[in-house]
Design a binder for this molecule. Sequence first.
Ligand SMILES: Cc1cc2nc3c(=O)[nH]c(=O)nc-3n(C[C@H](O)[C@H](O)[C@H](O)COP(=O)(O)O)c2cc1C
Length: 368
Amino acid sequence: MASSLLFEPLTLRGLTVPGRAWVSPMCQYSCSLESPGVVGDWHLAHLQAFAAGGAPMILTEASAVTAEGRISPWDAGLWGEHQIGPWERIVSLVHATGSRIGIQLAHAGRKGSTYAPFHPESGSVGEDDGGWATVGAGEAPFGAYASPRAMTTEEVAAVPGAFAAAARRAVVAGFDAVELHAAHGYLLAQFLSPLVNERQDGYGGSDQARARLLLESVEAVRQVVPDSMPVLVRVSATDWSPHTPGGVAGDVERTVQVARWLAERGADLVDVSSGGNLPDPQIPVGPGYQTRFAARVREEVDVPVSTVGMITQPRQAELVLATGQADVVMMARALLADPRWWHRAAHQLGHDLPWVPQYARVLDRHVY
Ligand SMILES: Cc1cc2nc3c(=O)[nH]c(=O)nc-3n(C[C@H](O)[C@H](O)[C@H](O)COP(=O)(O)O)c2cc1C
């Protein structure tokens, strides 16, 4: 029995993860333009730091299932066989260090072909500067980004196959899990939102039709990964718009329904985030501001859920679990600041978390 819920194991299908505080996906915009979508030394060092810091489970950054599905020209990908080996190297090192690792698979849709946040320029990257023409559920752009081309029905129908092909490569690379990115206004989230998706071709027009692309993508992925491998799905519980039917509460109830359909299709964990479909949402940001959405899904649907968003402190994370609001807490920025967060948490919560042998000499001194 772990002394803290944060260090209690969670089993999803054949995968047992020895803790509940996971590394949330974080784009690094660090692939070289000479080898598009191929991860390199930065990704290895970035992800390995969490493994050495005691992370039980790491999710990689959004990795594109097609070249045009990248958020930026510097994004990671898994749309080609040549991208498997460099991921395999990272997975092997993370495993050897004692962590589990899943890959987040994504298609950016109308939010593709943009500059990295730390690039001097912002907005869409022109086609003469290494960018590409984007596609979307419709022709409306995201804010000031370039307008996408509305995908044909045939193009939409091909998306699940792209997710499945990337998932198959993830299996070859040795990943423990795959997560489909259906949040933050990227392609699958664009299709889910009644504010963005105005299609009438079977992929829009009703809640069920708007969820079709995501559900078919999950089914396609499930078919190619082993039964023992968990499939996770990140969703945005709300677009944070007063103009959405039913407001934020209406969005959350639609998300509960989507989570139910996801669980029926074999998704093993619903990772509940929010926002991303609108350029200027009014979000009341504060500690744990998205946790109530995960709690609502967990209350209504028989599926493990994770929460994310301004959870930074070990006792705060422990409280989320103790109050039954989520099964897993994902964290991003706090872990960039402190990639050994799990050791601080273990110390504060009275849990004995072994250091990796290379770092065991921290025990010579009381570092916390
Ligand atoms: C540098 C950075 C990159 C991110 N990239 C992704 C991503 O690739 N996929 C994703 O779902 N969320 C991404 N996010 C969002 C985080 O996963 C997380 O949901 C968000 O930062 C809120 O959690 P936090 O308050 O613990 O940082 C990113 C966040 C940061 C800070």
